[in-house]
Write a protein that binds this ligand. Structure first.
Ligand code: BES
Ligand code: MN
Ligand code: MN
Length: 464
């Protein structure tokens, strides 16, 4: 029945998503504040059209949160769907084959900023909900909480969640904002890395200097910054910050063996990125490096003269943005403090250093034994014809650990993207296959989850 509905409404499901993708809801750039709001309004209208009640656009100090719900029975379980309608900036825009906010389909992929991360994946839930509503097939309660600030750290969502614990009462959180291994290798994400994002400033002389008159006699803050960054890792790509690894949970030999069975082709991996070799922490596989190990990366570095031609100058200041991905049981606050202490100690007396903390989030790991995981596994089996592999994602959704802490709820990360979808990059895309597969799979999750919860609640009659 639902398949018929999906087939009949396929084209509209796509054209509606296109309409949403045309709104440049870039949360990081205040010039787009009006567009972010328009994207929230679009979503709230579509939730209403699909049959949600109490739909609101909840204003925050930043961008709004869209809430909606359908409560059909007090004794039924409640699924809280989380997603984000904000997107990353489109730069560098000149590298897009077609403009970032003019969605179009090429070779079976929807190309647009947000097509995968996360408007396309969030919209699957809106359409799955519509399908269940129009076919009287919603088996439990559902609440939607879709935010507009995920890409900038979810600060205001945290406040919103803390202030609305009662309203957000649910049994499980469902999120599609991660990837599967391949279209014929389904997987469910059971882990996310945490994040600690820092910015550093190194100051040498009190003004930019002529590099001939002063060069060789005063510290060049750009050179010094580079030396300091180099000292953050040793030749094995091991992070040198004292106590950095103290709380890292090492995988058991069994867990590592299991992870090694995950399909992964190193040659494909290198070819896709046009790399002649890979690079990373000694003693770990690529999959381990990108999911179970912490990292430290410079995201941007600047200072001095970078304009056209040349200018002979010793800059007064140099800057870098440095992020660390964290794994269980590291804490973002502790790691940020350890970084700040160590970075200050690395500075020679010839410069001054400032370290600032941008934002962060805790790592997350959930069980494959839980009822909702079983439901998600069954749903994938139903639509992909095989069992999903549990994986740990390298990315971060900081709010997920916060949900656990504040609401006491686990999250099921049923993402349908591919790592090759170029999220945050030019030519971000999302497969039509993935979009429709998501819409098809989500109602099965609801159905199996409601069934499993009901079964658990029924006392075993036989012996009573
Ligand atoms: N959806 C991503 C996170 C993600 C992608 C997790 C793929 C697992 C697999 C999310 O929108 C994102 O980009 N998160 C940011 C963190 C945020 C605080 C800016 C990240 O991971 O860099
Ligand atoms: Mn996302
Ligand atoms: Mn993102």
């Amino acid at each position: 029945m639902l398949e018929n509905y999906l087939n009949t409404h396929k084209d509209r499901f796509l054209s509606e998503l296109f309409e949403w993708l045309r709104i440049p809801s870039i949360s990081a750039d205040s010039n787009y504040k009006g567009d972010v709001l328009r994207a929230a309004e679009f979503l709230s209208q579509k939730l209403k059209d699909a049959g949600a009640d109490n739909v609101e656009i909840c204003a925050t100090e930043g961008h709004p949160i869209v809430y909606g719900e359908k409560i059909i029975g007090k004794n039924l379980p409640t699924v809280l769907v989380y997603g984000h309608y904000d997107v990353q900036p489109a730069d560098p825009i000149e590298l897009w084959t077609t403009p970032a906010f003019e969605p179009n389909v090429r070779d079976g992929y929807i190309y647009a900023r947000g097509s995968c991360d996360d408007k396309g994946q969030t919209y699957m839930h809106v359409k799955a909900f519509e399908m269940m509503m129009k076919n009287s097939a919603l088996p439990c309660n559902v609440k939607f909480m879709i935010e507009g600030e995920e890409e900038v750290g979810s600060k205001n969502l945290e406040t919103y969640v803390k202030n609305n614990v009662e309203k957000l009462k649910a049994d499980i959180i469902l999120i599609s904002d991660t990837s599967i291994i391949a279209n014929d290798v389904p997987s469910i994400n059971v882990g996310l890395r945490g994040l600690s994002y820092m910015e550093v400033e190194v100051t040498g002389p009190n003004r930019d200097l002529h590099s001939g008159i002063y060069g060789g006699a005063v510290a060049n803050p750009i050179n010094v910054l580079c030396e300091m960054i180099t000292k953050l890792k040793d030749s094995n790509e091991h992070i040198t910050i004292p106590h950095f690894y103290d709380k890292v949970v090492e995988l058991s030999a069994n867990e590592r063996a299991e992870m090694a069975t995950t399909p992964f082709d190193l040659d494909d991996y290198k070819a896709e990125l046009d790399l002649s070799d890979i690079h990373g922490e000694k003693g770990y596989t690529t999959l381990e490096r990108t999911s179970t190990r912490p990292t430290l990366d410079v995201n941007g570095i600047w200072g001095g003269y970078t304009g056209e031609g040349s200018k002979t100058v010793i800059a007064s200041k140099a800057y870098a943005k440095i992020s660390m991905r964290l794994v269980p049981n590291q804490s973002a606050q502790e790691i940020s403090d350890l970084f700040a202490d160590y970075f200050r100690k690395l500075a020679p007396p010839s410069v001054k250093v400032k370290v600032a903390y941008h934002h962060g989030g805790e790592p997350y790991l959930t069980s494959t034994e839980s009822v909702p995981y079983q439901a998600a596994k069954m749903a994938f089996h139903k639509t992909f014809g095989k069992n999903p592999i549990p994986t740990r994602g390298g990315g971060s959704i900081p709010i997920v650990a916060m949900f656990k802490k504040v609401l006491g709820l686990e999250s099921i990360m049923m993402g349908f993207g591919l790592d090759s979808d170029a999220i945050h990059s030019p030519d971000e895309r999302y497969g039509l296959f993935n979009y429709y597969k998501g819409i098809e799979t989500i109602p099965y999750f609801f159905q199996y989850y409601a069934d499993l919860v009901k079964k658990e609640a029924v006392p075993v009659a036989a012996n009573s």
